[in-house]
Write a protein that binds this ligand. Structure first.
Ligand SMILES: *Cc1c(COP(=O)(O)O)cnc(C)c1O
Length: 481
């Protein structure tokens, strides 16, 4: 819960204590300049030893609890018939109330299996918003993704509590145009990843269930970011106010036919699973698990991770546990907003998203402003973020650029990993960078892979803006790091 401070300040309070630590180093700015140049101005290519705060992603980097670590020591490791797997499956049945469980090695593996079974050439998958791996698997199987978020979902600044909701009128229009038999399944993503970790409401899920019942469509929930979403249901949705997290979880699950998730996020471990209500559908998907993942009692996961994940899923029902990510993000977004730094509002889950179109309006999209800001922030702070803009798009077949609707710098908040003083440091350096934004220039490709260029492409700065930025840093901060 949110603890009130006598002084009136609103700050997130850690509801855990740190018992294992990892040493960090903060290199001087001259070293950071060299490191980002060696990485081709691509934060994916930085080395961990050069990074102070790693805010690239929330995937597989969340802190584990003492109970999770202890559980790993009692794992029942066997190829088939492991007692650890039985515990895991029983926990999922308890939480989601679906009888059939399939384990996978991570979230995208669920999407592979789901798409191979349900997506036929020419079919459509309506969804609130796509995720990169989800879309890739649907397209690979000949399907088309139709994104039908509510119009407010794409507004950068807003006070709407559930920007991840689907527009039901648009869903009905799709069914009217194409016929329900063309809809492979309807997909909702909790904590909509690519539009700023924005949540979905229980009320919206109820409307989608009703539409699926009317037209005989399958309803699938991507629950990878469910933990953050549950916190927003509890605190932003009137009908959930007096329910426990387990009760909200069950109300959501009762509306779905299939729930799948990446356990690199949900459950603070590494792995994934598909939970299925219908036995017939389960049997169709089951044959693919030994083929792509591993035997049915581990699915490509280490059995130790399955033990940790089972405990992690149980701990996800604790409001003090799931509040930590969203409360830290809320603090960071509000403090940046106060300083005039353009950020996506309202605060969501996953991380803090900087609106680079407004941060660096002088850099044309052809010079990748969000990539330039990621590079500049690393130089100014040793913080690693992730470009989510035109650099992450793929060129058209004729070689012209595809410019994305939003140019974002995502600063992920791995759950329970950072302290408040580290978050304050991040806010301070972003504030400084915003005051000196005119010094930041663009980037140009020197090595551009054809596919997934953002992962390993290399870029140069346009001109010597990075040296000028470092010189200004020295002038303002003296010999401080
Ligand atoms: C991360 C993620 C996935 C993919 O999961 P992996 O474990 O990385 O394969 C799918 N959907 C959403 C919403 C995600 O955030």
């Amino acid at each position: 819960m949110v603890v009130k401070f006598f002084g009136g300040e609103t700050v997130p309070l850690e509801m855990h204590k740190v018992r294992v630590v990892q040493k960090l180093t903060l290199a001087p700015i001259e070293e950071r300049l060299k490191a980002i140049a060696a990485a081709g101005n691509n934060t994916f290519l930085l080395q961990n030893r050069d990074i102070f705060m790693d805010m690239l992603t929330d995937s597989g980097v969340n802190a584990m609890s003492d109970r999770q670590m202890a559980a790993m020591m009692v794992a029942d490791d066997s190829y088939a018939g492991s007692a650890t797997y039985e515990k895991f499956a029983a926990k999922l049945v308890e939480l989601f109330g679906m009888d059939f469980i399939l384990p996978t090695h991570q979230g995208r593996a669920c999407e592979n299996i789901l798409s191979q079974v349900l997506v036929k050439p020419g079919t459509i998958v309506p969804m609130n918003y796509h995720f990169t791996t989800t879309k890739a698997h649907i397209v690979l199987n000949g399907g088309t993704v139709e994104e039908i978020p509510h119009d407010r979902g794409l507004e950068v600044t807003s006070t709407h509590p559930f920007k991840g909701d689907m527009d039901i009128a648009k869903l009905e229009a799709l069914v009217a145009t194409h016929g329900a038999q063309k809809i492979a399944f309807v997909r909702m993503e909790a904590g909509t990843n690519l539009i700023g970790g924005q949540p979905i409401s229980l009320a919206n899920l109820r409307e989608i269930r009703a539409a699926c019942d009317r037209h005989g469509m399958i309803f699938v929930l991507d629950a990878s970011l469910l933990a953050d979403n549950l916190w927003f249901n509890k605190t932003r949705e009137e009908s959930c106010k007096d329910l426990s997290i387990a009760e909200i979880t069950r109300q959501i699950a009762d509306l779905c036919d299939v729930i799948y998730f990446s356990a690199r996020k949900l459950g603070c471990a590494r792995g994934g699973a598909i939970c299925i209500r219908s036995e017939a559908l389960y049997r169709k998907m089951r044959v693919l698990v030994p083929l792509y993942e591993g035997f049915l009692t581990y699915g490509g996961m280490s059995v130790r991770e399955i033990e940790a994940l089972t405990v992690g899923l149980e701990e996800t029902m604790d409001v003090d546990m799931i509040s930590q990510g969203p409360l830290f993000i809320d603090y960071m977004v509000r403090e940046l907003d106060k300083r005039g730094v353009p950020v996506i509002t309202p605060p969501g889950g996953l991380g803090c998203h900087i609106d680079v179109m407004r941060f660096l309006p002088h850099i044309p999209q052809a010079q990748y402003p969000a990539g330039a800001l990621a590079s500049a922030l690393f130089i100014a702070s040793g913080i690693r973020g992730m470009e989510r803009g035109s650099l992450s798009e793929q060129r058209n077949p004729d070689g012209t650029e595809v410019y994305s609707n939003m140019e974002l710098l995502r600063l992920a908040m791995p759950r329970r990993v950072f302290t408040l003083s580290q978050v304050k440091y991040a806010i301070d350096r972003i504030d400084w960078l915003y005051q000196n934004r005119d010094l930041v220039g663009g980037l140009v490709f020197v090595e551009e892979p054809e596919i997934l260029r953002f992962f390993y492409g290399r870029l140069d700065p346009v001109g010597d803006w990075q040296q000028k930025l470092a010189a200004k840093f020295r002038a303002d901060f003296g010999d401080s790091l």
